[in-house]
Design a protein around this ligand. Structure first.
Ligand SMILES: NC(=O)c1ccc[n+]([C@@H]2O[C@H](COP(=O)([O-])OP(=O)(O)OC[C@H]3O[C@@H](n4cnc5c(N)ncnc54)[C@H](O)[C@@H]3O)[C@@H](O)[C@H]2O)c1
Length: 252
């Protein structure tokens, strides 16, 4: 029974931002589980597995529409849609520009709305029976960063990133209710800070670690069982939830 519940063989999975730190981990997870994976990004990731890469800028609505139609016409469905792509900025908030605000909000929020819109249009057109959407938010969608842990040059979480990520938590609840009658589950994962030695200073890593009850930063691999849990048929009665994967940081 467990094997059946967690069987992703030939399931059609679409993941945005598949060339990023988290995206690559999720992409490879579903490829290892023999799913039929489509990855969207601006640049193609290297993977030892074969998968369907679609070069698509998710802020371009025409391109998004075409991508969704192409997959559903070919595969007849998209079983699991993972809204993972996200961006930020690291400039001082006093120097924030309209251009930065527009780009981050468009990538992190508007693209998710557009992708879900085109997915549901095709879902209805093709009279699909079941769907599953997983959105990736962040603990900064409901928490303020602790500015004491950032030194000069450290990449901190800016106001617009938090605002965009809190929108994702709210949109998850909105779509969970709106799409429930179509049998589409919509859930969200909010990761804490993930270790990235190329981008983070040793000082930042050690200051961040001290705040985490589990005493470490996260890894992309820490998110994978939550992805599987939400993507599986075993959780078809779970919808609108935000699962926090942060080593306990947000509990204090
Ligand atoms: N890394 C962390 O510490 C962390 C923590 C919490 C939440 N998150 C969230 O996890 C998700 C993935 O983050 P990550 O750390 O892997 O980031 P990343 O920068 O490593 O990857 C993001 C990917 O999205 C792609 N992308 C950006 N704009 C795009 C566009 N317009 N069209 C198509 N693709 C686009 C990028 O090319 C990149 O491959 C994001 O939503 C982020 O907010 C990350």
């Amino acid at each position: 029974m467990l094997k059946k519940l967690f069987n992703f063989k030939n399931k059609v999975v679409l993941i945005t931002g598949c060339n990023g730190q988290v995206g690559q981990a999720i992409l490879n997870l579903f490829l290892r589980l023999d799913a039929n994976v489509y990855g969207i990004d601006i640049t193609k990731p290297k993977s030892k597995y074969n998968f369907n890469f679609i070069k698509c800028d998710i802020t371009n609505q025409k391109s998004l529409k075409k991508t969704i139609e192409k997959i559903i016409y070919k595969e007849k469905t998209i079983d699991i849609l993972i809204n993972n792509a996200g961006i930020s900025t690291f400039t001082n908030f006093k120097k924030r520009t309209e251009k930065e605000l527009d780009k981050i909000f468009k990538t992190n929020v508007v693209s998710v709305i557009n992708l879900i819109k085109h997915y549901v249009i095709m879902f209805d057109k093709k009279k699909l029976k079941k769907g599953n959407i997983i959105n990736i938010s962040s603990i900064y969608g409901f928490l303020s960063p602790d500015f004491k842990i950032y030194s000069k040059g450290d990449r901190f979480s800016p106001e617009i990133y938090g605002a965009s990520k809190s929108s994702i938590i709210q949109l998850t609840k909105y779509y969970a209710v709106l799409l429930a009658k179509r049998n589409i589950n919509v859930n969200c994962i909010s990761p804490g800070g993930l270790l990235n030695k190329k981008l983070q200073s040793n000082g930042f890593i050690s200051r961040y670690k001290k705040r985490v009850p589990m005493n470490r930063m996260g890894q992309s691999s820490d998110l994978l069982t939550t992805v599987i849990f939400l993507a599986s048929d075993s959780t078809e009665y779970v919808t609108g939830q935000n699962i926090i994967v942060d080593g306990g940081l947000s509990l204090k």
